[in-house]
Design a protein around this ligand. Sequence first.
Ligand code: FAD
Ligand code: NAP
Ligand code: SF4
Length: 674
Amino acid sequence: MTDYPHLLAPLDLGFTTLRNRVLMGSMHTGLEERGDWARVAEFYAARARGGAGLIVTGGMAPNQEGGVFPGAAGLFTPEDIANHRRVTERVHEEGGRIAMQILHAGRYAYGPDCVSASAVKSPISPFTPRALDEEGILKQIADFASAAERAREAGYDGVEVMGSEGYFLNQFLVRHVNRREDDWGGPYENRMRLPLEVVRAVRRAVGEDFILIYRISVIDLVPDGSTFDEVVRLAQAMETAGVDILNSGIGWHEARIPTIATSVPRAAFAWVTQKLMGKVSVPVIASNRINSPEMAEKLLAEGACDMVSMARPFLADADFVAKAAAGRAAEIAPCIACNQACLDHTFSGKVSTCLVNPRACYETEMPVVPAAEAKRIAVVGAGPAGLSAAITAAGRGHRVVLFDKAQAIGGQLNMARRIPGKEEFDGLIDWYATELKALGVEERLGVEVRAAELAGFDEVVIATGVTPRDPQIPGQDRPNVLSYIDVLEGGAEVGARVAIVGAGGIGFDMAEFLTTGESPTLDPEEWRREWGVADPEAARGGLAPEGPRPAPPLRQVTLLQRKAERPGKRLGKTTGWIHRAVLKMKRVSMRSGVNYERIDADGLHVSHGEGRERPELIEADTIVLCAGQVPNTALADELRVAGIEAHVIGGADRAGELDAKRAILQGTKLGLAL
Ligand code: FAD
Ligand code: NAP
Ligand code: SF4
């Protein structure tokens, strides 16, 4: 008997049956463009072996003008087809099924040759698209059909036609972009002509016994988006046109409402997909922020959908389904929806991987090889660096003892998890705890390790993290000054008016912590009110007419930095805008280019510019120092003096630009090498 009867139930599509209700959603890996097909094949093969019911590839361009960026991968030549065949063969060898996504970016294509319904530039692209003429539109349809035909030739089991997220087909559907007055614009009947013609042409090209998924935008989250009546009309027309499955797309890329970040409540948009249930007879897939088998099972059991799409969870753990099926769900490495190593990498032109699982997309470069001899290894520090080193080494057969002076594992993740919207870190710490037990790592908590205790181990790993940087502001020893650790770990009292010194990742988190009460991430209704999400049946595109209505801030906060640049400029590529928007909603005053002169009972005295001009008092009851971190090398230094060799990783090695991603990568690499 399984805990997940709905999730593991097969899905009968008539001409074929999928082994379960889990779709691995489309993700761009960046490997295809690098021509690294052995890696692509192993990446997907691992997910097929791990039990995904149906895999959808990253988006493949149907033609040059539709590529997300110049040179984006597509199935253009016989060589491309041969490369893709390597992927499909490996997936089939592992018992999996794989569909190729056809992605035409339209005006989101990052190049001067981009095309769309009308010459309306997107706010997230510098390029104004060329409005297609009739001949141009027919060419695009034909290109979709040939891409699908080639996908079949390459051995794929199906294709997904990307019609959501504000891409090309979505652009024709709404007046937001489609200003045409010919047969492809104007009334909805005309605006939906292009996606429908594409699907009809694809169906004709591939025949009846080939999976055809259409990704439909169920809630656009942009002004002038589709009404829900229009969504239903399109869904029904798609069914008639021959799609086998409808997958949900949530929000355009230019939407100013987060849709997949960690602060978005789990399964936040499944209720929209549920509205389609019963309106069509083909299976409907729910998507976005579903990252556990429990949640997936619940959605299926409640009838919110027929299948569940999870994309990033398959980066975090290729064996998601296999572990759930084997009753080992607690061992699934959780996707914490941080975007730090997946989407942020994609948007920086790097290969996608995963903060939690740095082997994602590096399966062939970071193989796990059992240790030739089992060594006795001491790991000091149970933050992400030490934890990943410990479990990786133990997984290879070493005997590992893990020390931490704290009573609990997790290191700074224990502070991160207290920030509203970062609750997913709880699950990550739980997962490490499960792994430590499963792998037999001996835990010695509450022990501040000194060099003498480390003699006798075959290898010593120092992962003692960081200490806060001392900003040396006159008056900082006053009782009205706290460090981020006092606030987040010590629960120190904070006054009504606060000045935060330092606007890095921790300064931003602190401002969110001090201005927010109950986390909206744990209260979906409040979260929708905060961001202005409405029922698309009541409001076009799902945008609340009254706009965002955030709860008032708990405190009056000023966030300061010395650099003259815009605060938050260096935050995550795909999530920085969310943090900036939240602080704006919480009326946090952000100040750049300041010098910290002194602190007294009235608050923080600053001046401006290199000449230390315009003295100013930031009135504050409490000043919180978030001025960065420096390596904690106390133990490493002691070992050096004692002549004990050690591997130093994570913050203890280098504190500059340290985050959990780097700590885990370094710990994992060391764990593989010991
Ligand atoms: P740490 O996590 O600092 O762990 C070091 C451990 O060593 C501690 O548990 C400590 O008790 C132990 N230790 C030290 N000396 C000894 C000794 N002598 N004996 C025994 N034990 C010892 N990063 C991200 O990537 N994404 C985020 O969203 C994010 N948010 C954050 C939010 C906040 C509020 C904070 C504070 C940090 C956040 N970070 C985030 C940063 C991330 O947590 C750190 O980069 C990461 O934890 C560093 O890992 P580490 O293992 O090197 O060190
Ligand atoms: P940080 O991001 O490096 O920011 C440090 C801040 O302190 C900066 O604003 C800096 O700005 C200021 N500062 C530096 N030296 C100072 C000095 N001598 N006096 C006064 N101010 C000084 O570091 P952090 O905020 O401590 O975060 C630590 C790490 O955790 C970072 O690497 C970060 O990436 C990671 N983290 C990540 C996230 C995330 O969401 N991904 C969240 C939290 C933390 P000025 O020099 O301009 O004053
Ligand atoms: Fe999930 Fe973060 Fe890994 Fe991306 S990097 S897959 S969001 S845990």
